[in-house]
Design a protein around this ligand. Structure first.
Ligand code: NDP
Ligand code: PMR
Length: 394
């Protein structure tokens, strides 16, 4: 199988030998990107990173604990169903997570989606039982919609136990920037700023109710982490001095890119993922101790078949899944990725806060290392402060 898949790729790509952790490249235009010689990084950080001692413990626990079979933390009384909001639950990872949680019968999933009918059809075709989910409208590309969603949710009088910020857009082929209702570049506006406002507002709600383990989870990605091979595929994430973000990303009197550079849709997505991972850590620093809420991020693996790549060229969409399956071996199915995220939502052994979870080839979770930029506390603080101004919280 590996040989067949290899024949799909230009000969410029050299596979690492078994057990080696680096790959070398001649200049290549594989998937429309040009790579320079000898990028040295982990070939697949999730497979090769040696977890710390603490991480090994977490890993062992995750292997031996059935992922999502227990909604309540062991040792405490099993209580009511948990309530979890999952943004972007109408497809891909969000839908698979909603399904995995609903199936346990221990969770009620609030599917926060911009397309109500699509979400309803998706929930039905995933076989989710009606009593296990509610669909509520949320368009993250509009801050009014985010506030409206929070109002509607509060009116439902449902307790909130876990919030999962999962939705995202990826616009790698866009030549010009497009914008959210408030005029922020669409990828950062949706993936970061929409979620930033949502999670800041819902933090109050998370604190209100009694539940054994309350969590706020923001989906990150390997491609925003430049300490990995995937994160070194150009264009690389780089927030620079944040001058574009500070200017409002409007493409008029400020750049549409966080670092103030020329618009690049792929970079904007990766930058937005860095903001997601920084936001999670800033939440942890500011609120974990006082609230006991677990703040976490994760890279669920490369789910190469999802709608995230809908804007990419057809050839990419054709070759990307086999490339990830047989060459990088970073591929994970939507169902498996959904089970991983569901584990971060509900597994009693994954309560540690401030962690960026990844999975190794045996599908055991471990605490992964973030890149220098994605773990820079000063940058996290600045992104937080600028973002609160942009979304009207400061
Ligand atoms: P999908 O495109 O399948 O899912 C994205 C979801 O986000 C969809 O439900 C989409 O809604 C929703 N969405 C997009 N824009 C908005 C908006 N303005 N308001 C509300 N919802 C919106 O992609 P994935 O499942 O792959 O992506 C899910 C998460 O996983 C993302 O955060 C992504 O960054 C992350 N990720 C994905 C990886 C992968 O390999 N696929 C790898 C690493 C991380 P609609 O159905 O209406 O379009
Ligand atoms: Mg990448 C171990 C190697 C690895 C992994 C785990 C990923 C994940 N990718 C890897 C390697 C490579 N990719 C290499 C060597 C190349 C050059 C041939 C490559 C290219 C590539 C492209 C063009 N990869 C991509 C793209 C995208 O457009 C995707 C992207 O960046 O979306 C933002 C992508 C991805 N690779 C991944 C993952 C998980 C993605 C997409 C999703 C994401 O980060 O959210």
């Amino acid at each position: 199988m590996a040989l067949q898949a290899t024949s799909l790729l230009p000969s410029a790509f050299t596979l690492p030998k078994e057990g080696k952790s680096s790959a070398s490249f001649k200049d290549s235009t594989l998937f429309g990107v040009s790579l320079s010689d000898h990028i040295k990084a982990d070939f697949c950080s999730a497979r090769n990173k040696k977890p710390s001692v603490g991480a090994i413990r977490a890993q062992t626990a995750a292997v031996t604990t059935p992922g999502i079979t227990s909604a309540a933390v062991t040792g405490k009384k099993t209580l009511r169903k948990g309530n979890v909001i999952v943004t972007g639950a109408s497809s891909g990872l969000g839908l698979a997570t909603a399904k995995a949680l609903a199936e346990t019968g221990k969770w009620h999933v609030i599917m926060a989606c911009r397309d109500f009918l699509k979400a309803e059809r998706a929930a039905k075709s995933a076989g989710m039982a009606k009593e296990n989910y509610t669909i509520m409208h949320l368009d993250l590309a509009s801050l009014d919609s985010v506030r409206q969603f929070v109002d509607n949710f509060r009116r439902s009088e449902r307790p909130l136990d876990v919030l999962v910020c999962n939705a995202a857009v990826y616009l790698p082929t866009a030549k010009e920037p497009t914008f959210t209702a408030e005029g922020f570049e669409l990828s950062v506006g949706t993936n970061h700023l929409g979620h930033f406002l949502l999670s800041r507002l819902l933090l109050d709600d998370l604190q209100k109710f009694d539940y054994p383990s309350k969590r706020l989870i923001i989906v990150g990605s390997i491609t925003g982490n430049t300490n990995t091979l995937a994160g070194n595929v150009p264009p690389k994430a780089n927030l620079g001095d944040l001058r574009g973000l500070a200017g409002g990303l409007n493409g008029l009197n400020s750049s549409s890119m966080i670092d103030g550079g020329e618009f690049d849709g792929a970079k904007a997505y990766k930058d937005s993922k860095v903001c997601n991972m920084l936001t999670m850590q800033e939440f942890h620093r500011r609120y974990h101790e006082d609230t006991g809420i677990t703040f976490a991020s994760l890279y669920p693996g490369c789910i190469a078949t999802t709608g995230l790549f809908r804007e990419h060229i057809p050839l990419f969409r054709l070759l990307f899944p086999p490339f990830q399956k047989y060459i990088t071996k970073g591929f994970v199915s939507e169902d498996d990725a959904g089970r991983r995220l569901a584990q971060v939502v509900s597994d009693p052994s994954l309560t540690k806060s401030g962690v960026y979870w990844s999975w190794n080839k045996d599908s055991a979770s471990f605490e992964n290392q973030l890149s220098h930029e994605a773990s820079d506390p000063e940058k996290a603080r600045k992104v937080w402060e600028i973002s609160e101004k942009l979304v009207g919280l400061a």
